[in-house]
Design a protein around this ligand. Sequence first.
Ligand code: SF4
Length: 387
Amino acid sequence: MEKLVAAEESDDGFWRDSEDKPLPVSASDLERHAYCPLSWSLARKGKSGRGEAISAGREKHAEIHEKVRSFKEKQNQLKKALIIWSWWFTIVIIFISDAIIFTNITDSRTPVDIARYLTILAFIWLVVGLFAIYLPWRKWTGTSINNSNNLEDISILEDTAITPALEPFGFIGGWGQGGRVEAGLLMGATIFGLHAIGLMWADDKQQAGFILVTVAMFWTLLASWQLQRALLADSALEVARIDAGLEEDIDIAYSDDDATAGILIDEDTGLRGRPDQIVIVEGEFIPVEQKTGKVPDKPHKSHRMQLLAYLHLVESTTDRKPPYGVLRYGSENLHSIEWDEDAKHSLFSAVKEVQRLMTEGGAERNHNRKGKCQSCSRRYACDSSLV
Ligand code: SF4
């Protein structure tokens, strides 16, 4: 039995309910409707798709998501390793610079005097660092760390987006959580503390310089070890990238795992959906829809319509217009679908038509292709099938 919804067509052509909310239409609704309006209607009546291709597709999707997740995890590990290495390398440079300065300055203060000042400084930085970690100061001051354009734009995806290297999206720290500021404060405390310890042992400036060089050499060893870890992380990342079938220089902003990923919603049209992935290419958010099964010569109309829905959702949630989206069949076959005014027009026409059918009913088969019915996953419930 077809369930009709009470709604009216608005001036802009979209159908809205009594609360003036547009009827919800998902990207999957559009895909089904573009394949055959009857298939969409059967899905609304609770007739789910059947067939080996459907379950194989689900498994394949889960496998792809797992590979993408693994790629992102490796990418974060590499970023962390490189950040730590750069900090440690900075320490080496600081110690060597200090050693040169110490052996050349003429000052009446002894190394032990300077060590005392440095100890006080290290203590202050440590206390400030610990307070910064344990108190939610970002919340109190209204400071959000992720203010870079890309992250802010995509932060609307919240927990659906993949966590970046050091600070999660919307990170506000506090109550035992630290970010870059806290790490910097603790690093500063460590550097001052190590300086102070080294200078305590020095009788004169020459000796102080020697101690600082020795500490720098020790820290060089640690930095080399950290660099080796970064190189190993880079190799693991390359393996994960190839395994996930991703191009070089592509970053992933979002990946749908069917379990935790949130939904993108456009309140103006009622459109909603979850793309398989949103990747960042040359600073642009590009939705990617992965299709499993037989690889067609050119993208199916229904798949294209689904991708257009994601393109609009990415544009409306980030306020940035993606130039194109990608339909991916298997791991090799990629099709870029342009996002322009014509594409937007055909998307909105389809949304309005689905909303009309939700209100007035009357979905019918729109083709005479036996092959389509042959491959249809709802053929078992359809009385208009051609086969
Ligand atoms: S079996 Fe054919 S007519 Fe029926 S829903 Fe599927 S494609 Fe449409």
